[in-house]
Design a binder for this molecule. Structure first.
Ligand SMILES: Nc1ncnc2c1ncn2[C@@H]1O[C@H](COP(=O)(O)OP(=O)(O)OP(=O)(O)O)[C@@H](O)[C@H]1O
Ligand SMILES: [Mg+2]
Length: 303
């Protein structure tokens, strides 16, 4: 274990479709558990793959695979519904005067509005963290690139909105105060529910933003193959994340064939610390095959 690591450590697997995110996350989770670290493998991809890889059924309830490893699959639809229910309660509480308008219709379309999926994933992620207990490693098998990037940059983008909304609210409150002074001749003492709510949300997103950028708490692993398409998409992912100062910790070069020259990958991603995962020949599934595959590896990256 790395001395500076903060536990639980979040290990994310990202990369182009089919590159091997699910396989790499399964191998990593199994490797950590075989080294006796308590590990939870979490499938965040709505098109879950872990059931096929481990050849057994998983759900939102952790299913043990060995003494140190359990697996869960996030039910995205459930988290979308939960997120919308929470918003419904919040809006009703904060804007009671709005019940005159047809709010229900608004909530019905909100379900299909852009951005909902990543908010739901963030809620699910927060819930995993809250219930992590003494788990040392949380390994996340992530959805396709577009949704994963939205998930990782959500705290930064939400904070831009929230800070602007807080400024606006502050201005409204100042105006309200002036009016109440003129009307009642004294300063109105009030705790503003909306301002409180915004401040709470800002604190939460600031924590998440810091978590994603801190390599002692979070390890972002980019999975790529030897082909041009996954190489180019991986470069774009790194570039996009760099804009948000979110660092990629490791490169996993999957489906590697002996003799393939990796010097351009080392150069492009400015690292020589690349986890090589050779091509297995056939599909890499089943606990036994995964275990034998791990035993044959020369080395495994330390988290
Ligand atoms: N090292 C490997 N050797 C042989 N086959 C592999 C290897 N890694 C992955 N595969 C196979 O390649 C396919 C894609 O792998 P995987 O499902 O892990 O990728 P993914 O990035 O999670 O894909 P998706 O974007 O669809 O979720 C699967 O059929 C898997 O069994
Ligand atoms: Mg997958």
């Amino acid at each position: 274990m790395n001395k500076k690591t903060t536990y639980p450590k979040n290990i994310f697997f990202i990369g182009k479709g089919g590159a091997g995110k699910s396989t790499s996350s399964a191998l990593t989770a199994l490797h950590l558990s075989l080294n006796k670290h308590k590990t939870l493998l979490v499938s965040m991809d709505p098109a879950h793959n872990q059931s096929d890889i481990f050849e057994r059924r998983f759900s939102e309830k952790p299913v043990p695979v060995n003494d140190h490893l359990s697996v869960i699959e996030i039910d995205t639809e459930k988290w979308i519904d939960k997120y919308l229910t929470d918003i419904r309660h919040q809006v009703r509480r904060s804007y009671s005067y709005l019940t005159a308008f047809n709010l229900e219709k608004y909530f019905d379309v909100l379900k299909y509005s852009p951005g909902i999926e990543e908010y739901a994933l963030i809620s699910a992620f927060q819930n995993i963290l809250k219930n992590a207990g003494d788990t040392a490693y949380l390994v996340f098998d992530m959805p396709p690139t577009a949704l994963t990037l939205k998930f990782l940059t959500l705290p930064d983008l939400s904070l831009i909105w929230l800070n602007n909304l807080l400024d606006l609210r502050q201005k409204i409150l100042e105006k309200k105060e002036i009016i109440s002074r003129i009307k009642f001749g004294h300063k109105e003492l009030e705790t503003d529910k909306i301002k409180n709510n915004l401040q709470q949300q800002i604190a939460t997103y600031e924590q998440l933003r810091a978590l994603f950028k801190d390599t002692h708490q979070t390890s972002l692993n980019l999975v790529l193959n030897t082909g041009k398409l996954s190489f180019n998409e991986s470069l774009l992912i790194v570039k996009k994340l760099e804009k948000f100062q979110i660092p990629v910790s490791h490169i996993f070069l999957n489906k590697y064939h002996k003799g393939f020259d990796i010097s351009h990958i080392k150069k492009a991603f400015k690292t020589s610390n690349i986890q090589i995962l050779p091509h297995y020949g056939t599909e890499l599934t089943g606990l036994k095959n995964l275990t034998v595959y791990l035993e044959k590896l020369d080395r495994f990256i330390e988290f």
